[in-house]
Design a protein around this ligand. Structure first.
Ligand SMILES: Cc1cc2nc3c(=O)[nH]c(=O)nc-3n(C[C@H](O)[C@H](O)[C@H](O)COP(=O)(O)OP(=O)(O)OC[C@H]3O[C@@H](n4cnc5c(N)ncnc54)[C@H](O)[C@@H]3O)c2cc1C
Length: 224
């Protein structure tokens, strides 16, 4: 169905309908179409591709603005860890010196549930909350397995106390390069894993090239 733009208020013209997209891109070639290219979309695309699906990602924003809110975050990931071994599993580059000079504490399932119940005043959806908490550690390992690199959030979530970085708040891990690094890593990984190429990531509107320029974000090491 075509939308008649003349009937819409000025500035509200719909550039592309589902029909247009279907005509412009041969969607029948794909098993899964992922709309958007933020953190959730890239994860969904990776998960679908992992199952053997042919994936198309379509993004509304021009190249320089793509990545939605995900690009503007700190790239912080709240996830369960029972100790430094869980952190090493997703940040294998952590050095002995960094570990010796840090008090990462723990963020157990119980701590995560307590936070969820506290901030929502027990009005969280039980099933979704179980997935979020119960699978957060596996989700981080999965992302790491895809090639995503993480750092401890030295700059935001730790205080230097008596020569040791003490982490607080259970928010200990960020994507390398923060939010911009998160999106740039996703683009690279999707490219590497064959999800993003000239045929698989398309602007719905606009004219940006689907192949990104890669600007790797600076990793944050603790100030010495
Ligand atoms: C300042 C700030 C800091 C934050 N910090 C953190 C943090 O550190 N850690 C954390 O976990 N959360 C943080 N959040 C929350 C986080 O930003 C969101 O939960 C997360 O980015 C949502 O990801 P998403 O992939 O669902 O959406 P988005 O990242 O917003 O991606 C949506 C994508 O879809 C595209 N799109 C939209 N409409 C269409 C359309 N019609 N067709 C095609 N494409 C479309 C957009 O252009 C965009 O690329 C923060 C939020 C803000 C505002």
């Amino acid at each position: 169905m075509k939308i008649n733009n003349e009937r819409l208020p000025p500035g509200k013209a719909v550039q592309h309908t589902r029909q247009d997209l279907a005509e412009e891109i041969d969607v029948a070639k794909y098993d899964v179409v992922v709309v958007g290219a933020g953190n959730a979309a890239f994860c969904a695309a990776q998960a679908a591709a992992e199952k053997g699906a042919k994936v198309l990602m379509v993004e509304r924003a021009p190249k320089e603005l793509m990545g939605g809110n995900s690009r503007f975050t700190a790239g912080a990931f709240r996830c369960v860890y029972d100790g430094v071994d869980d952190l090493k599993a997703i940040m294998p580059d952590l050095t002995k010196d960094e570990i010796d000079r840090s008090d990462f504490g723990t963020y157990t399932q119980d701590q995560f549930y307590d936070d969820m119940f506290r901030v929502t005043q027990y009005r969280t959806d039980g099933e979704l909350c179980d997935r979020l908490v119960g699978r957060s550690r596996d989700a981080m390992r999965w992302l790491h397995g895809k090639g995503m690199k993480f750092d401890p959030i030295w700059g935001r979530q730790a205080y230097l106390i008596d020569g040791k970085f003490k982490f607080w708040g259970g928010l200990t891990v960020e994507s390398k390069g923060g939010g911009p690094g998160l999106i740039e890593q996703h683009l690279k990984l999707a490219d590497k894993n064959g999800i993003v190429d000239d045929d698989h990531l398309r602007p719905v509107n606009g004219h940006w090239s689907p192949r990104p320029d890669h600007h790797s974000g600076a990793s944050r090491a603790p100030s010495r």
